[in-house]
Ligand binder design. Structure first.
Ligand SMILES: Cc1cc2nc3c(=O)[nH]c(=O)nc-3n(C[C@H](O)[C@H](O)[C@H](O)COP(=O)(O)OP(=O)(O)OC[C@H]3O[C@@H](n4cnc5c(N)ncnc54)[C@H](O)[C@@H]3O)c2cc1C
Length: 639
């Protein structure tokens, strides 16, 4: 490998290079699985995925996030890096691992206490006990607070009775449920005495000796668009009784006297605190989406550097990658993948810090910011994966359609990344809520409508003050030449100019949402109608915020590199990412007076110029993603 590309590859692997190398090695040793699955029936595929998961468990790589005393590695950052790298292989194996170790094991770890850890974690880590994370119901997915399953405490027997209490309250899409799971962490509304206490988690056995446990009904979700090696299923609970001790009681418990108690008084806050501990899943899925994108780009870029079509002279056809349009299709996406990689790296580090510190030492605001960053990065990364994998498939023409060239699986399996672990659109609303309330802990118990009333009432001035563009512009004037016309005078490749543009957009959009909410409520509309009416602005503001964070992560990382060819190359990639993002939203910038027609055209020209400049480095840039050749398959395309 070229030394500059080698340096970039090492930078991408970062602090967890050893873990990533080990995962790659294990995957390469099992690379034949990627082609085997083309010919397997659904049942065979599921069995092979389970076998592979159990085969990988002794490597210690899947349990890295669990405490050492239960056979884990005690390193959350490393566990996310391992999961990200696992996404280079078969994605059913990845998702089944995510369900088993991240969701099922993670819920026991974060929502349970020592008695649950002692009872289950060692067996979870070894794969001895396979389990499910049963949150979603047919009737309610995104709106977890409205789940219909109930968990009612029965003081007569000191048990909890779990019931599917409405026709659409059965658990649906649950990974590991249809064939292999023996136990489930079931999310249900807890009822103690006559009182409902909101959603809590209870450990419920669902299979005994391979058969549904008494009172549990199980159905298969059947064939899916992708991930057919994962056994997703439906669960009904007909008054299933479990001991009181099965309540995962880190944040709330039922006392020996049969009373409900919780260290967090406010039910809304308790709910968000519980869900917040599960943020790791979101971070994992976003990271996996970025990895799948890297595989697709590696295949398509390398193919474009070999495949010839048409040409100026007969007998001398041109390489696809020498066509301007092909460069335009692939190179800005490579740049955006780098940007998201560094945003994900920052997120992984924050997650590691927050979850490795004693819980009481972490400020609520810090946790909320992490949750917001996780939600936003997951949304942008998984949307980027879906659109880029499609573009790469097309960029490989008919060959891209063959299963042996990987796009069939990549496309089908990553599609749902935009939906599970939080629907992307819903996640961006969470991001916006945090921004509008400034992540303040006293506001975290506000639901969406409470947030509308809050922003429209008391705090609109605060939001406007905080997001006021004039302060930003003062800062910009210090950094960029041109006074009020900084956006026309600044050098087009100046990173400060790019950041100023993205910051301006974010602050302007956020202020706009606050003003619209206020106007709507002041005009007498009810909060729900107002929120619905401004929702596109809400999503736009959240997206603008996350785009700014992504660009800051990239520029920050490049700025921290030692001077040299690797830094120069990544600086160019970063510039392309920034200008392509401004170009993508040029209509908005023009509407808001931040882009003249001339400047807008100049930016498009610059994006084209950068694509041409980076053409020679494109293959190196995807090589630096370090997806092992054996895992790319696509031998004909890669050469
Ligand atoms: C393959 C697969 C595996 C899964 N594995 C699991 C698992 O192991 N455990 C588990 O608990 N769950 C699992 N799920 C469920 C998954 O988490 C949910 O499907 C997801 O949370 C979305 O919920 P939903 O399907 O009810 O969609 P809905 O919430 O009904 O959303 C449908 C659409 O409506 C939009 N929408 C919803 N609310 C709003 C709003 N307020 N404003 C504007 N638009 C809105 C959304 O953007 C979305 O486009 C899995 C799903 C799949 C497909």
């Amino acid at each position: 490998m070229d030394p500059v590309i080698q340096e970039i590859a090492e930078l991408l692997d970062g602090g967890h290079a050893d873990v990533r190398a080990k995962v790659r090695e294990e995957l390469v040793a099992r690379a034949a699985f990627l082609s085997d699955v083309d010919d397997l029936s659904r049942d065979e595929y599921r069995e092979r995925v389970r076998d592979l998961l159990l085969d990988m468990a002794p490597t210690g790589l899947s349990g890295l996030g669990f405490p050492k005393e239960y056979g884990g590695g005690g390193d959350i950052g490393a566990s996310i890096a391992a999961f990200e790298t696992l996404a280079m292989g078969d994605l059913s194996v990845l998702v089944k691992s995510g369900v088993q170790f991240g969701l099922f094991g993670g819920a026991i770890l974060h929502l349970g206490t020592k008695r649950h850890h002692d009872a289950y974690l060692a067996d979870v880590v070894s794969g001895e006990l396979l389990g499910c994370f049963a949150m979603t119901e047919h009737g309610h997915g995104s709106n977890v607070a409205e789940l219909g399953t109930t968990a009612t405490y029965d003081p007569a027997t000191d048990e909890i009775v779990v019931t599917t209490s409405a026709p659409d309250a059965y658990k649906d899409y649950i990974g590991n449920a249809a064939a292999h799971g023996e136990m489930a962490v079931v999310f249900a509304n807890l009822v103690v005495g006559a009182e409902r206490h909101g959603v809590h988690a209870v450990v419920v056995p669902i299979r005994v000796d391979g058969q549904p446990a008494p009172g549990v009904r199980i159905a298969d979700d059947g064939p899916k668009m992708g991930l057919n090696g994962v056994d997703n299923g439906r669960l009904w609970f007909d008054g299933v009784r479990v001991p009181r001790a099965n309540l995962l009681n880190r944040f709330a418990d039922i006392t020996d006297e049969g009373r409900y108690e919780s260290s967090i008084e406010n039910p809304n806050r308790r709910f968000f605190t519980m869900l917040g501990t599960l943020v790791q899943g979101r971070v994992s899925v976003g990271g996996a989406g970025i990895t799948a994108t890297k595989s697709a780009l590696t295949i398509a870029t390398r193919y474009a550097d070999r495949r010839r079509q048409f040409g100026a002279e007969e007998g001398n056809e041109m390489l696809l990658l020498d066509y301007g349009q092909h460069q335009r299709r692939l190179i800005p996406r490579i740049a955006r993948t780098y940007a998201l990689h560094f945003a994900q790296e920052m997120l992984r580090e924050q997650l590691h810090e927050v979850f490795s510190a004693p819980p009481e030492s972490v400020e609520t605001q810090t946790r909320r910011e992490l949750e917001s960053r996780a939600a936003g990065t997951k949304a942008l990364a998984t949307w980027h994966a879906t659109s880029t994998i499609q573009e790469c498939r097309e960029a490989c023409g008919g060959a891209g359609y063959l299963a042996e060239n990987r796009f069939a699986a990549l496309k089908a399996d990553t599609d749902v990344f935009a939906t599970f672990e939080g629907d992307n659109t819903v996640l961006l609303q969470l991001v916006a809520k945090g921004l509008l309330t400034d992540f303040a802990s006293e506001f975290e118990d506000l639901d969406q409508l409470g947030m509308v009333r809050f922003v429209a009432g008391l705090a609109v001035d605060t939001v406007l003050e905080r997001t006021s563009a004039h302060k930003l512009l003062e800062r910009v004037r210090d950094l960029l030449p041109g006074g009020d016309s900084w956006d026309q005078e600044a050098e087009i490749r100046d990173p400060e100019y790019h950041l100023a543009m993205l910051r301006f957009r974010e602050e302007h959009m956020l202020g706009g949402v606050a003003r619209r909410l206020k106007r709507g409520v002041d005009g007498g509309d009810d909060a729900a109608a107002v929120f619905s009416m401004v929702q596109d602005h809400v999503i736009g503001a959240a997206r603008a915020h996350v785009e700014r964070l992504v660009l800051e992560a990239f520029t920050g990382r490049v700025g921290g590199m030692p001077p040299g060819a690797a830094r120069d190359l990544l600086a160019q990639v970063c510039t392309l990412h920034a200008l392509a993002e401004i170009e993508r939203d040029r209509a908005w910038f023009m509407e808001h007076g931040r882009l003249t027609i001339q400047r807008s055209k100049a930016i498009s020209r610059e994006v084209g110029a950068l694509c041409r400049e980076l053409r020679a480095s494109a293959v190196g840039l995807v090589e630096a993603f370090s997806v092992p050749r054996e895992l790319l398959r696509a031998e004909d395309l890669i050469g």
